[in-house]
Design a protein around this ligand. Structure first.
Ligand SMILES: [Zn+2]
Length: 241
């Protein structure tokens, strides 16, 4: 598998996870054969224009994903990241995810930034209130203020949440670990380059070499569920010794 990079108690770590880590739990990705994305045209369900034109269709799609999301469980990769955060509370550790599922939180991760939103949350189109809604929702759910609710998800053409802060975190970290991303979706893909430019050691874990492989100091090819537990064991042992 190759050597692992060492850490100290002063190492600031930022992790970025993408669809690949959830795919190992059975969450369908955009490109999966037979996935829900095949039944729907992306542009007709995941854009502000789509919601404007047919909110019912958009909600039907998201309600299906919400339902499907309830049946998936975190995998060893999610648990490894949560374990790292729990065992080494003195290490500066933040987890940014492009995923909209609940798997990191369910595994026990605390310092999680959902840059593309969360399936379990709604946002009012009138009063902007964001709410966690774990119950089953109708096809046109409404806020207590009467406004139409929308999924608290970043759609195509919208700006990811907290981008300025995320760039700053990446800029200040010493070690940037990217897991399960194709290196194609911006701005997340640019984080690796940004981190590298500001002196971070960059580490990637993915089933196949990502597009931004050139910017990774270390790259481990394979399942995150197999590699991350070993990586985290190594880091925990760095601080034990
Ligand atoms: Zn409202």
């Amino acid at each position: 598998m190759g050597p692992f990079v060492n850490i100290t108690r002063r190492t600031k770590i930022v992790v970025l996870t993408g669809a690949g880590i959830s795919a190992e739990s059975g969450v369908p990705t955009f490109r999966d054969k037979g996935g829900i994305w095949e039944k729907y045209d992306l542009m007709s369900v995941a854009t502000p224009q789509a919601f404007e034109g047919d909110p019912q269709l958009v909600w039907r799609f998201y309600n299906e994903r919400r339902k499907q999301g309830k049946s998936v469980q975190p995998n060893p990769a999610h648990y490894a990241l949560a374990r790292f955060e729990r065992l080494l509370p003195e290490v500066d550790f933040a987890l940014i995810t492009q995923n909209v599922d609940h798997l990191h939180r369910e595994a026990g991760s605390k310092n999680v930034y959902h840059m593309h939103g969360e399936l379990s949350k709604t946002r009012c189109t009138r009063c902007e209130r964001v709410e966690e809604r774990l119950d089953e929702l109708p096809d046109l759910p409404r806020c207590s203020c009467g406004g139409l609710l929308r999924p608290h998800i970043v759609w195509f053409g919208e700006i990811p949440f907290g981008t300025d802060k995320l760039y700053q975190m990446v800029e200040e970290c010493d070690l940037f670990l990217v897991v399960g991303t194709s290196g194609l979706v911006h701005p997340a893909a640019g984080f690796v380059i940004h981190g590298k430019r500001h002196g971070a050691v960059t580490v990637g874990v993915n089933l196949t070499p990502p597009e931004n492989r050139l910017y990774l100091d270390y790259f481990y090819e394979g399942k995150a569920g197999e590699i991350l537990p070993k990586l985290v064991n190594h880091w925990v042992s760095c601080l034990d010794s």
